[in-house]
Design a protein around this ligand. Structure first.
Ligand code: NAP
Length: 488
């Protein structure tokens, strides 16, 4: 296993524009910090508005040649990136743990998940098909074909530094689009490392450009409003997504929006409770609770609510807190002090409104931004914790009386990303497929993400889908052509 210093020495610290690693023109730098220790890991380039424009210039310049590159070649480059990522899996996993805090085993899981987008879209690149057939009148022939959308701006969050990047870059590359990617200021190192990997496998200059910046709003708006940009793909909070949609309206951009969630996790009276608790631990504690798919509200039938709470509390108490690089750690730090304040405020509000604090409920003293794994039960309606994304290791349990009550509670949010339900009743599960308002649903499982599946939400959780056969179409336009009847 590579040492931390040796690994950090391999991470590029400049911007990647037009196939060159270049300094920022801002004269500023970003200090990237390890959330487990508060120590600075690396200082990297802090892009200016001009740098952002230069990155878009490079994407525009490379656009025509990349769109004309054979799909097989585009696919093979992605496949090479997949293979090289496997070789470098330990390095990129460690890098994610250092800059984001997740336990190393989970970081390795993200390398697998993130890598799958490269493999999946390497296979999809050669399956961009269209159709041909007579019009209903029989007077002509209709052709439907797909063409690359064009230069794309990709904005990713800090919580899955690799997977959120590959989930956008791989379909863009496969579809023949060039792009500028902007990772979050808090976790830019993984994207820089990955861009170097793309360079190593021979991705042509300008196909992918990387800007890292501490002024994301200032740098992004001119890019989004630039008439040469054709696509905005954003993963992050609903509040920022709404702002960006307004900016994207000017150029009537194609947009993909992967926004916030408030996932309900339903446990019915007929559920296998052992499986439900296993699923709950995954759905809640993966990524230290900092996932858009994290179970935010545990809705449990009143007849099993106490039993479920007791069993999950027993598991939660066994979780070890610590730096993600340490063996056996299940809960790393939250990303920053603000995240700790938020989790703490949500728990306090719930308790003030009558919830019972069963375990945890405090920040951890000392270096790093840690919050105790926490369980609160009997959370009262109207509590903030039921409305907002917790984004931390907090289980909040609400009892329900029957299926109708469960569905009403589950749907009582403006979000609709994912839901989870545990039941042994097949007909009930089928009803839930239709009655729950979410883009994704896990039945008797605690994780649904898969590169081969369309990931995305309804309501204010987003627009569009990433992954699956749907994912590449986010980067393709549909063109319809009519020709006369060749026999007419
Ligand atoms: P965020 O604050 O919305 O930031 C997301 C990205 O947007 C970051 O790169 C951020 O850069 C950038 N950004 C912030 N303000 C911007 C602006 N005015 N213009 C352009 N870019 C801007 O969200 P976050 O706290 O990083 O991530 C957590 C959120 O993401 C949660 O709501 C979570 O549910 C959601 N999420 C959704 C999915 C999904 O697939 N649906 C997946 C993962 C996460 P800076 O941070 O550098 O400013």
């Amino acid at each position: 296993m590579i040492g931390e210093a040796e690994l950090l020495a391999k991470v590029p610290t400049q911007l990647y524009i037009g196939g060159e690693w270049v300094d920022s023109t801002s004269g500023r730098s970003i200090e990237v910090v390890d959330p487990a220790t508060g120590d600075v890991l690396l200082s990297i380039a802090d892009a200016s508005v001009d740098d952002g424009r230069r990155a878009l210039d490079a994407a525009v310049e490379a656009k025509a040649e990349w769109a004309a590159t054979a799909p097989r070649k585009r696919g093979e480059l992605l496949r090479s990136a997949f293979d090289l990522l496997q070789e470098r899996a330990d390095e990129i996993a460690l890098l994610m743990t250092l800059e984001m805090g997740k336990p190393l085993a989970e970081a390795r899981g993200e390398v697998t998940y993130g890598g799958e987008f490269l493999r999946w879209f390497s296979e999809e690149a050669v399956r961009i098909s269209g159709r041909y057939g007579p019009n209903p009148e029989g007077t002509g022939r209709m052709i439907v074909t797909h063409t690359p959308v064009g230069p794309s701006y990709l904005i990713t969050p800090w919580n899955f530094p690799l997977a959120m990047a590959t989930r956008k870059l791989a379909p863009a590359i496969a579809a023949g689009c060039t792009s500028v990617i902007k990772p979050a200021e808090l976790t830019p190192l993984t994207t820089l490392y990955f861009a170097r990997l793309l360079e190593e496998v021979g991705l042509p200059a300008g196909v992918v450009n990387v800007v890292t910046t501490s002024t994301s709003g200032e740098v992004s708006e001119p890019i989004i409003r630039d008439p040469r940009l054709r696509k905005l793909s954003f993963t992050g909070s609903t509040a920022v997504g709404q702002k960006l949609l307004t900016q994207a309206a000017q150029g009537v951009l194609r947009t993909s929006m992967e926004l916030g969630g408030n996932a309900p996790f339903l446990v019915f009276e007929d559920a296998d409770l052992d499986k439900a608790v296993d699923g709950a631990m995954l759905a809640k504690f993966r990524n230290i609770g900092q996932a858009c798919t994290a179970a935010n509200r545990f809705l449990v039938h009143q007849s099993v609510a106490d039993e479920f709470a007791a069993r999950i509390t027993e598991r939660v108490k066994q979780l070890r807190i610590g730096r993600g690089t340490e063996e056996g750690v299940g809960v790393g730090p939250l990303i920053d002090e603000r995240a700790v304040d938020k989790a703490d405020a949500l728990v306090r509000d719930a308790v003030e409104r009558g919830a019972t604090l069963v375990t945890g409920g405090s920040r951890v003293d000392g270096a790093g931004t840690f919050y105790e794994p926490t369980v609160v039960t009997d959370v009262a309606p109207g509590s903030d914790i039921l409305r907002e994304e917790i984004f931390g290791p907090v289980v909040s349990i609400v009892p329900f009386s029957d299926e109708a009550d469960a569905v009403t509670k589950a749907n009582g949010t403006e979000y609709g990303l994912v839901a989870y339900a545990f039941t042994r009743d097949l007909a009930r599960a089928q009803r839930l497929v239709e009655s729950l308002e979410s883009g994704m649903l896990g039945i008797n499982v605690g994780v649904v993400s898969n590169a081969a599946a369309p990931f995305g939400g309804v309501k204010q959780s987003g627009i569009g889908r990433e992954g699956g056969s749907e994912g590449i179409h986010e980067y393709l336009e549909t063109k319809y052509v009519l020709t006369p009847d060749p026999f007419g």
